[in-house]
Design a protein around this ligand. Structure first.
Ligand code: XMP
Length: 184
């Protein structure tokens, strides 16, 4: 375990099993239906790349990048830095994939934006769901795990840009959190 991690919340083998389950649900839902997985960068890169390799039906892949103004552990104003091309959105069935559903504002706004730009349908899939923090009415169509109201890192999730490469999801030690906050 990395020195800055207080405890592992979801070990690698559980992540694998959770992704197998979600991939099976998605496969069932999209068999004989064209769709595009839209991975929300950067946080979903690890999850999305594992997920798509377990979905044995045709799909396309696109990316968008969204981030909150202001660093730290709360989501504030959303900035979309890039979106798929119009031809990848218009009339398409999109499956937005993100690392974590927290307040819900990010996926709520991204879904609205993609529909506004002409997507035929937008569903959502998250590795983690923190329902205790929800501030808008929004639920993901597919989700891997429910987590408690803790700031989590690893498996694509970062704090101050670090820890995305950890193969598990864990909680940071308070000391690591304070050290990184001071550097922001
Ligand atoms: P909202 O609140 O809009 O947040 O649902 C979604 C985005 O906020 C980030 N986020 C986290 N990132 N550990 C992280 O590493 C967390 O516990 C956490 N909670 C929210 C994340 O970028 C997510 O896409």
């Amino acid at each position: 375990m990395h020195d800055d991690i207080d405890r592992i919340l979801i070990p690698e083998d559980e992540i694998r099993a959770g992704i197998d389950r979600v991939a099976a649900e998605i496969t069932l839902a999209y068999t004989n239906r064209d769709f595009t997985v839209v991975a929300v960068l950067k946080g979903s890169c690890v999850f999305a790349s594992d997920l798509i390799r377990r979905i044995p039906v045709p799909l396309e892949l696109a990316f968008l990048a969204a981030s909150s103004y202001g660093s730290g552990t709360t989501s504030e104003e959303l900035r979309i830095s890039f979106l798929p091309m119009d031809s990848e959105i218009q009339g398409r069935n999109l499956l937005l994939v993100d690392d974590i559903l927290d307040t819900g504002r990010t996926l709520y706004k991204l879904k609205q934006e993609l529909l506004r730009r002409g997507a035929a349908e937008v569903r959502t899939c998250v590795l983690l769901d923190k329902p205790a923090r929800r501030s808008v009415e929004f639920e993901a169509d597919y989700r891997g795990f429910v987590v408690a109201d803790l700031f989590v890192v690893g498996y694509g999730l970062d704090f101050a840009g670090r820890y995305r490469n950890l193969p598990y999801v864990g909680a940071l030690k308070a000391a690591a959190y304070h050290r990184a906050s001071e550097a922001l």
